[in-house]
Design a protein. Sequence first.
Length: 417
Amino acid sequence: MQVRGRGVGPVISEQQIGDALYSHRAVCTIGLVNRLLNRRSSLMEPPAKKLSITYSLADQSFARAKSIGILNVSVGLLQALATRPECGRLTALSNHSLLERFTPPSGTTIEQHDLADDHGPGRVWWDQFGVYSFARRTGNEWLFLPKGFASFFRRCPVRLATFVHDAMQDHYDRHYPHAVPRYEAAYFRAGFRASVRESEVIFTPSEFTLNEITRVAREKGWRVPRLVCCGEGFERPVTAPTEERRDIVIPTSRFPHKLTRQAVEFLDRWCRENPFGEQIHWIGSFPEKLEMPSHPGWRRHTILPEMEFRALMARARVVVSFSNYEGFGRPPVEAALAGGCPVFSNIPASREVMGDCGYSFDNASYESFAAALRQALAVRPEQLQAWADKLAARHNWNIVADRVATALSVASELPRS
């Protein structure tokens, strides 16, 4: 089945152009701006061709994902692109576990490739050879890799676009060189390098990540690719909470950049200094040998089914997110959209994404954290509603898909790099 566009191309205003570049002083975007401006003179003419995209989700699953956030972005962007009039043909490479958990967009052709969901040799074969072969067989012009890692063994036989979520490999090389097994670090480092060097267009979730990719490319002597900051979108929860918000929720992780040890240390001290009669929920993995202090209201959840997680977020009064590096940082936005108050580490990506919403703290200061948490517990409901409305308007899938479709349409008119 095909998604067929209707009518002439969309009217593009200066505001949309600004949105498409996400307020960037970005590298390599002057040509993109000129192309967008030139298109305005021929809007009454039908577009020369529609986009044809092969979109690969087959290497992701809810059960195996290291980052549920990246998986949610990948699925959300596919569903939003399917609504775009610029998309003439959209083929999704998926697997059975994903198809059990989400409904493919109407008009999208689905191909099932379960071998890609393997964590052994099958996955390596898919990353390095399989996805390119199947992309060529679809006959589509573009291959879109929403996870952001290209093959480092072969050139892509079609035009390649990637969504690079962060420069985490570089961050770990600099700060945690022994935190990830050497073979795994080398594999993802090579995939990141291939994406930067081989992609015709790289989409990023934030200006911070765009600048990080530019920095790494220049330091390594790679060409700086065409970069477009498209942002990320969210589905706003529609179910109202059925009880008063009381609890604190804290996402955790075994990965060191998530600062789970520090989160436990700060919350332990805060609870001893400020007796808290409600529950504090810790959701996610813990670093090895990290023991949870004994506090009556502390609850640990290694993993939660999606419905239980959403129900817990709907009851959360405050959601606390620790991190020293993010490409975007979804938990604070998710907290605000669910009706809770976000408290988060004051790092570049989070400042960009959250703006003046929520309360941030300095990772190096317990006093800063305690002050942010105190403010969050006292915030008024009307302020939470205003923040939620502001973030929902800014981080909207329709806006993201418009930026992606516009950039791909413009790139399609350029010679293949």
